[in-house]
Ligand binder design. Sequence first.
Ligand code: BT5
Length: 328
Amino acid sequence: MKNQVLELLNKNTDYISGEYLSSKLEISRAAIWKHIKKLKEDGYVIESSTKKGYKLISCPCLIDPEYIKLKVNTKFIGKNIIYLNSCDSTNDVGKALENKSIMNGTLIISEEQLKGKGRLGRSFISPKFKGLWFSLVLTPTIEPIKVAPITQITAAAINLALKEHGVNTHIKWVNDIILNNKKIGGVLLDLSCELSLVEYIALGIGLNINLDKQDIPTDLVDKATSLKIETSIDHNRNDILISFLNNFEKLYLDYILNLSSEEALKICKENSITLGRELKIKTIQEEFYCTGYDISNEGNLIVQLADGSFKTLFSGEVTVRNSNGNYV
Ligand code: BT5
């Protein structure tokens, strides 16, 4: 019935009354209103006027797996796609897949996540139709100790993809994508391994593409933003995703086959907002101030302390001192 309501709205360029819809479809006006409400939740923009009725303004631009498969220029990344309307977390869907050994490169993408995850149990907001919320299932034949640069490779591929769409982003070690000093995306690498071999990786990526200001929760307004908020235009999520998959496969294969992350690290360093800046670091053990110095070939952050000595960080929370002297 929802589709019949949509069909009638779509046929008319002007308003149609609730009364007309109700008599045409032989259901109550309350039922019409419920279907309209559901269509709005699905991303259709419908104007309602008490006097005139309803008018269809626009249809949602959905993620289109067939278009992605057709356009992507990769050997195996994103060739198999699991497309979901909604899920708790695409990383969890990836982890629950059977036969991961034949799933290498599988893309799991959802229009929304109800329990999107950040690192250390934090949550990642993922509103419907507004962003790219996806995971790649990867089964590289490498030692677990060699996994860390894959986060940098991912950040570099995001940077290149967004550049192809006219947006220059920065990377905040280890996993934040920054636009105009606010976060527009993050990377979450879930690893399952034996002592000396990776079993699989669920590589999660979240990118705020077309979120409007009201989609950002009040506690995040000072630190999160979206491409749309910053550029004032709607961006095509499918095309950005395709650019990412193409760039990611090149950098990833270079690493898996040759153990070379040179190109990715170059991109991360050139676009870093941590190197050369005053930082506050928080690790599980300690909290201290320092200056960002370099990123090692292993993907670790090298910092310089006030006494001139250096320290290598494998993980940690980094905040950067801004021109007001605040760490953000
Ligand atoms: C991350 O963690 O930034 C990793 C985010 C990975 C999300 C993807 S989406 C697809 C896949 N499936 C998942 O369930 N997750 C992955 P972290 O560095 O811990 O940052 C989390 C923090 O960022 C939160 O505590 C908030 O402060 C902030 N935050 C939450 N949602 C955000 C958003 N949409 N944009 C920017 N910042 C956000």
